[in-house]
Write a new protein. Sequence first.
Length: 298
Amino acid sequence: MNDTPPFCSGLIAIVGRPNVGKSTLLNHLIGQKISITSRKAQTTRHRITGILTDAHSQFVFVDTPGFQTKHRNALNRGMNRVVTGSLRDVSVILFVIEARHYDERDRQVLKLLPENTPVILAINKMDYFTDKNEVLPFIENLDKERGFAAIVPVSARQGKHLDILLEAIRQHLPQGDPTYAADEVTDRNERFLAAELLREKVFRLTGEELPYSASVLIEQFKQEKSGMRRIHAAILVDKDAHKAMLIGKDGAKLKEIATQARLGMEELFGAKVFLEVFVKVRSGWADDERMLKSLGYE
């Protein structure tokens, strides 16, 4: 008699409004940084796949941009298409909200979710509850919003209760062979990951001074026989004032951004990186369909 459970594999869409911690949750679930994070809303702009394989299951997570209700330019319309498109053909939807902060923005995302797909509610940032007596009433109110397949309180940043979340997801994965090799953690290539790491440092190190409309174009990516990556990248901004902000006095800000990005790339790639970064003004790039396509936006 064979008591080994059948292997399960499926797509799980991670959805939610901006800044609820979807990318942090993905990174902690798969145990490696592949999706960039910052305190700024709209950090994630692309559909990013993270893969976790264990003895009995392969979880293929799709991290999506936060659904945009403001800034109706071509970039945001494209990001919203990524969100709705990611809901097709998934086995499970992981709907992420922030503890104590469920509001109309979350309800707008919930309305987008198909009725015939299991939705697991992940209540992130549970450390926001200073009084634990608040937790149960909060969950009970959420339970009235929809028939969730499960409700799991987690802390992505602290890695709490992620094992419970994975088990809840596993219950809804169909039986089937793995799609990816057991050691793969993402379907994105190094060129894409390098651009995202640099964009993360731009967001993190410019605070609120720089508008979200900055992007990164990798102009050259070469891997030498030694393993070293030589990368030439351009940070694209809307205005000359934004360029000056990024460069900083005597180039100090740009140097800091490039150094932190290079260190992040070296950690991710496991090899030395030579990184050269320029700042270029491309007015209106976020509303230019051709430019967006060249930057890899769907």
